[in-house]
Write a protein that binds this ligand. Structure first.
Ligand SMILES: C[S@@+](CC[C@H](N)C(=O)[O-])C[C@H]1O[C@@H](n2cnc3c(N)ncnc32)[C@H](O)[C@@H]1O
Length: 267
């Protein structure tokens, strides 16, 4: 049984083994498993409804999911008939979970950073879900990733992504604690929100001593729109995703402009 529950500060301080090592890169084995069992599971009903809405009129063709994590979106795209299908993530542990979930004859998994995305061929659809874009903290990192998305999409192709925007920038900084248990392993999560800077930092400490630190940037919808446009991706629609995931949580759909300069040749 996996569950979130609020946790008192004193419980976190007493967590055995906390803060004894830093596992790099992020989404190491412990977090990949907890993420898949708890977060991805809870968010999936809303996320899959959002994908169905975003892609209701999209052709079934070559596609890639970037920041694919444990492979739920790839599994959904495979069932929809997308082929060829590519999954990209920088975490080896996440790719391992994806590989266990998917039919490897139908999905090719690649370990890449999305800022330097290089698919074997251009595709008609690129998806990027569950706040992966929020990991691009600097504006330059977001610009590089979106330019890479545009380079790897065919003209007219779709980019479908979700992100956690920042809406309330007047709120003072705050700290939130959660205890997560998944597959018999417990971890203590401490999230610091800094609304005025649009940043959040989550420190995740596992019982065995592994600690991960995740920093995410929260941009306003207008900033996301401008970043998409600068990369040659024209916003088509945007809508709120439902409960089960972070709140607020938005999905956006953008189309790659036709005839953009700087296209790469795919061999
Ligand atoms: C919150 S998880 C989302 C996983 C999956 N998209 C889902 O919907 O369940 C974020 C994923 O993005 C990956 N990621 C973050 N930054 C990345 C980057 N710059 N390049 C490649 N993968 C990245 C992480 O390794 C992780 O698997």
């Amino acid at each position: 049984m996996s569950a979130f529950r609020p946790v008192a500060r004193r419980e976190l301080q007493a967590a055995p083994g906390a803060n004894t090592s830093i596992e790099a890169p992020t989404y190491g084995r412990e977090l990949a498993q907890a993420y898949d069992a708890v977060m991805a599971e809870a968010a999936w009903p809303s996320l899959s409804r959002g994908l169905a809405r975003a892609l209701s009129r999209a052709p079934v063709a070559a596609a890639a999911d970037i920041g694919c994590g444990s492979g739920r979106v790839l599994q959904w795209l495979a069932a929809r008939g997308h082929s060829p299908l590519f999954g990209v993530d920088r975490s080896a542990a996440m790719l391992h979970l994806s590989g266990r979930r998917l039919d490897r004859r139908r999905v090719r998994l690649m370990q890449q950073d999305i800022r330097a995305l290089a698919l074997p061929q251009p595709v008609e659809l690129i998806t990027c879900t569950f706040a992966t874009l929020n990991y691009l903290v600097d504006d330059a990192a977001l610009a590089r990733a979106l330019a890479a998305v545009a380079r790897n999409l065919r003209p007219g192709g779709l980019f479908v992504a979700d992100y956690i925007p920042w809406l309330d920038d007047q709120a003072p900084p705050s700290t939130h604690h959660q205890l997560v248990s998944a597959r018999g392993r417990r971890s203590a999560w401490r999230t610091r929100l800094d609304p005025q800077r649009g940043l959040s930092e989550t420190r995740i400490a596992f019982q065995g001593g592994v600690v991960e630190r995740h920093v995410q940037r929260h941009r306003r919808p207008a900033e996301m729109k401008a970043a998409l446009a600068a990369a040659g991706l024209t916003p088509v629609s945007a809508f709120a995703l439902g409960p089960g995931g972070p709140s607020p949580w938005r999905m956006l759909v953008a189309r790659r402009d036709a005839g953009r300069r700087g296209d790469v040749r795919h061999g």
